[in-house]
Design a protein around this ligand. Structure first.
Ligand code: S3P
Length: 429
């Protein structure tokens, strides 16, 4: 519950940040490492609270995981290596942990109960529970399985063809993880393409997956071999510094080792469309695409952000809303109703906190309308326990005219424990 007084009205941001590991890829590297045979070695694993929750859950399922300096080692025992946990599996604040673990546990012949913090208890779970039940898993929980705590009893599963009601990589991944253990084939049809880290990791661990347009198919009864995973930096974390550099005068920031998976690079497209001064230098890599990103102070214009772009920048919309307050003209964010079911209702929390700093921002049913070109002032703001709201407000502080206090800044540890350290290294005041 740490509160922080932010440095406001700074002169410039300058320097280089090596971005910590990608959260989505870190979770999946532990999960696939646990399901594979042998020792998986992960470098640049994100030791944020969310991914540590995933490690704690797998330890309770009998998997040995060692944090060995810069490397994380997972000693997988194959699909049948997981054992019934004696205690509840605590996912903390992590939606990815609970939803993907449900997919894994759907195929395991034992009972387990998953629970998390007060935010997790409010997040919708029917979206994964429904297809997993169709495949044969037994799931119980509040409101017929809509909310955690959830108890799942897995076992024999049957492959299904499932059309996702919303564009969500977590639902897609949960179904694929169950499908890998099912009889026959499982097909998931996505309305719009979402992040494909699960599909890539199936291949990296020696499994098979096919994509045909927006349909992803896996055969059941697959087994995996241990792998070496080098986790690229998280573009969703880099986004805070990209925007910070673009909106702060006399700034130039270089972000190194950033994941450039095309299903995640919507923030770069958005910054370019708004007129930002941004350069991307691809770097050779064996796994997911990686590069360095350089952003300088920019004059920006408002745009519309909607449709297929939304899943490619869904987690960046809070910081994009701040960016839009500094752009000339109107920015309209639409088709983003999913923001309502993130760690907080991000349509409401973004609108409330940025309005309190003087922004002209209106929440809508599926997004936000922002009139830019506004000078923000200080005040007391809160992360509401949401890491990305906390980081967005810390960046707002850089350009605020008067003192800003950020309540519940510790939420930031969920995805970026070194955030304030990295930010202070860039600040010149
Ligand atoms: C994630 C998918 C997204 C994203 C979340 C991480 C993942 O959620 O917002 O931060 O790792 O698969 P949805 O699948 O709910 O869109």
């Amino acid at each position: 519950m740490k509160n922080v007084t932010l440095q406001t009205n700074i002169t410039s941001l300058r320097g280089t940040v090596s971005i910590p590991g990608d959260k989505s890829i870190s979770h999946r590297s532990i999960m696939f490492g646990a399901l594979a045979e042998g020792e998986t070695i992960i470098s640049n694993f994100l030791a944020g609270a969310d991914c540590l929750s995933t490690i704690a859950c797998f330890r309770k399922l009998g998997v040995a995981i060692e944090e060995d300096g810069p490397l994380t080692r997972v000693f997988g025992g194959g699909m049948n290596g997981l054992v019934q946990p004696e205690q509840l599996l605590d996912v903390g604040n992590s939606g990815t942990t609970i939803r993907l673990m449900l997919g894994i546990l759907a195929g395991r012949p034992f009972e387990a109960t998953l629970a998390g913090d007060s935010s997790i208890a409010k997040r919708p779970m029917t979206r994964v529970v429904k297809p997993l039940r169709q495949m044969g898993a037994i799931v119980e929980g509040k409101n017929n399985g809509e909310f955690a705590p959830l108890t799942i009893r897995g076992g024999k599963l049957q492959g299904i063809t499932y059309e996702l009601p919303v564009a969500s990589a977590q639902i897609k991944s949960a179904i694929l993880l169950a499908g890998l253990q099912a009889e026959g084939e499982t097909a998931v049809i996505e309305p719009t393409r979402t992040r494909d880290h699960t599909e890539r990791m199936i291949v990296q661990f020696g499994g098979r997956v096919e994509r045909d347009g927006n349909t992803i198919k896996v055969k059941g009864n697959q087994s995996f071999k241990a792998a070496h995973i080098d986790v690229p930096g998280d573009i969703s974390s880099a986004a805070f510094f990209m925007v910070a550099a673009a909106i702060t005068k006399d700034s130039e920031v270089k972000l190194v080792n950033v994941g450039l998976n095309p299903t995640r690079t919507g923030i770069i497209d958005c910054l370019k469309q708004m007129g930002a001064n941004i350069e991307v230098e691809p770097v050779k890599s064996d796994g997911e695409p990686v590069g360095n990103i350089i952003v300088r102070s920019s004059s920006l214009k408002g745009i519309e952000i909607s449709g297929e772009l939304i899943p490619r920048l869904i987690d960046e919309l809070p910081i994009i809303a701040l960016l839009a307050t500094q752009a000339e003209g109107e920015t309209v964010i639409k088709d983003a109703a999913e923001l309502k079911v993130k760690e907080t209702n991000r349509i409401d929390t973004v609108a409330k906190e940025l309005s309190s700093l003087g922004a002209d921002i209106t929440p809508t049913d599926d997004g936000l309308i922002i009139n830019g070109g506004v000078t923000l002032h200080g005040g007391t703001v809160s992360s509401h326990g949401d890491h990305r709201i906390g980081m967005m407000l810390a960046v707002a502080g850089l350009i605020a005219r008067s003192e800003m206090n950020l309540l519940d800044a510790s939420a930031i540890e969920v995805s970026y424990p070194q955030f304030f350290e990295h930010l202070s290294e860039l600040i010149h005041s």
